[in-house]
Design a protein around this ligand. Structure first.
Ligand code: CA
Length: 256
């Protein structure tokens, strides 16, 4: 997708925040730490996270007050919130959920439990960010491990190109305009120009190597990912031809 899902950890205890961050990173997520509501708001204003892990007891505004505020903010309200707290009693749980938390986890918790909750809210809120694997032609993308392969060979691919490819592969053979791609791939949180899409399409093609021609430019319309290209027949004839033998220029059809 793209960058790995961003998880904003709002927690005033550095040791807990660090422990959570290490586990998130280990599970392929991208943690951002804010020690109070003010710092969290700055992070949210800059880049909208995919999930917020929100401690109940914070200096300044409480987690419950923050959850209420974010739920009434049109830009933030769709971001899932998982409340973290040392309290376990039912009344507090109800109060947290009433304030707009999507889930609730009581300290101390196991990291496995935490990861399961995060994955569950990501699945519910962001079907585009599916962790399933998807294959089109000989290209396979695994949303859980962030790996892409072509004919069984692993490819090196940047986070934005991954996100772009993930979207294109899950909506293969369809044409997407630049503005649709900005909306679906970059989402709400970045103010960028349409030509940025072209830059990442170019990088994506480079990362895909022989499979790059599967990312087609549809003149005057946009881009599509397609298995309807015949380069695949050539690409299977590995090892490649010696350098002094002229190669067919079929791959030029992938250019802009
Ligand atoms: Ca705390």
């Amino acid at each position: 997708m793209r960058h790995p899902p961003r998880v904003l950890i709002v927690e005033d205890e550095p040791s807990i925040a660090e422990l959570i961050a290490v586990n998130l990173r280990h599970n392929g997520l991208s943690p951002i730490w804010a020690e109070d509501g003010e710092a969290a708001q700055r992070e949210i204003d800059s880049v909208l996270p995919d999930v917020i892990l929100l401690d109940w007891m914070l200096p300044g505004q409480s987690g419950v007050a923050l959850a209420k505020r974010w739920r009434s903010d049109p830009r933030v309200k769709a971001v899932p919130i998982v409340m973290l707290t040392a309290r376990g009693d039912e009344g507090d749980k109800v109060q947290g959920l009433d304030a707009g938390a999507d889930d609730y986890i009581t300290k101390p918790f196991s990291t496995q439990e935490l990861m399961a909750r995060i994955r569950a809210v990501l699945r519910r809120r962001a079907p585009e960010q599916s962790v399933d694997s998807v294959s089109v032609g000989d290209v396979t993308l695994d949303g859980a491990t962030y790996r892409v392969s072509f004919q069984g060979q692993a490819l090196k691919i940047g986070p934005t190109e991954f996100k772009l490819l993930n979207y294109l592969m899950r909506h293969a053979e369809r044409v997407h305009t630049r503005s649709q791609l900005l909306d679906k791939v970059w989402g709400d949180h970045v103010f960028i120009e349409e030509r940025t899409v072209d830059v990442h399409i170019k990088r994506l093609r480079e990362a895909l190597g022989d499979a790059g021609v599967m990312v087609e430019t549809v003149r005057g319309a946009g881009y599509r990912f397609t298995s309807q290209v015949n380069l695949l027949a050539n690409a299977r004839e590995k090892p490649p031809l010696p350098a002094d033998v002229p190669q067919h220029s079929a791959s030029a059809s992938g250019g802009i």
